[in-house]
Design a protein around this ligand. Structure first.
Ligand code: FPP
Length: 237
């Protein structure tokens, strides 16, 4: 097993859970079977993160661009997210996980799903082990635009705008910058995920397809993160 330095655990890990469709296609199964297996991988990621002592885990469940998928798949993904929340919120609650959501709550997001999100967030509101954020109908540019609109509406003068002020208007002002972003399935893109929060993140792109992701993949990712040197634009001594 890889060795991990418990004093250098990334505080915030964000995952782009990519490759569900291909995992299914490789097995001659419909794409939705890949998403179903992706649920298992998601809980592996949560448990792996808890074992390592990661404080914040954020996952990309549905992007503002995902509405362009075939209607049947969109419908499946919406129902699937709703169903996972309903089915597994108590389990997450027992694990001490606090569930949060980021993304636009526009007319496209069904009321039933919004209700489930609110129920899951309310149930787990006081949990302290880890904040688990689900990005749904989320886009990084949309988030920055929405933050900008609020800032402008507050009447602040343009020459007074600071990074801190904009960050306070993001969907979750408490969310710290991402330390480690993991994208599975051999795609080397951020795809509009957490654009603001990823500014100084370490990026890890792995070949594994999301349904194959396990708690060991999370450990390996953290070990790789610990082997890198973060300079935030400065130099190391
Ligand atoms: C990307 O694979 C995956 C998704 C668009 C959805 C992932 C969603 C889940 C695992 C469920 C999450 C639910 C909650 C409540 C957090 P893809 O379809 O883009 O795969 P491909 O690139 O191989 O086609």
């Amino acid at each position: 097993m890889v060795s991990i330095d418990p004093k250098a655990i990334p505080g915030h890990v964000a995952c782009v859970m990519d490759g569900n469709g291909r995992w299914a296609q490789q097995r001659g199964l419909p794409r939705i079977e890949g998403h179903k297996q992706g649920e298992h991988a998601l809980f592996e990621a949560v448990e792996g993160a808890l074992e390592l002592g990661i404080d914040w885990l954020t996952v990309y469940a549905f992007s503002t661009e995902n509405w362009k998928r075939p209607p049947d798949e969109v419908k499946f993904l919406i129902n699937f997210n709703e169903e996972i929340l309903d089915r597994r919120k108590h389990e997450l609650h027992e694990m001490g996980v606090q569930i949060r959501f980021i993304g636009r709550r526009d007319w496209r997001v069904p009321k039933g799903l919004i209700r489930r999100m609110d129920e899951a967030a309310e149930l787990t509101r006081k949990n302290k082990k880890m904040v688990f954020t689900i990005a749904f109908n989320y886009g990084g540019r949309a988030e920055i635009i929405d933050a900008m609109k609020q800032l402008m509406a507050s009447g602040v003068s343009p020459d007074k705008v600071t990074e801190k002020m904009l960050a306070r208007q993001l969907y979750d002002p408490d969310m710290p910058d991402v330390d480690l972003m993991i994208r599975t399935s051999g795609e080397y893109r951020t795809s509009n995920f957490l654009l603001w929060q990823l500014a100084y993140s370490e990026m890890l792109f792995t070949e594994e397809l999301w349904p194959d992701f396990t708690r060991h993949s999370m450990r390996d990712a953290v070990a790789e993160y610990q082997s890198r040197s973060r300079r935030y634009g400065g130099v190391t001594a």
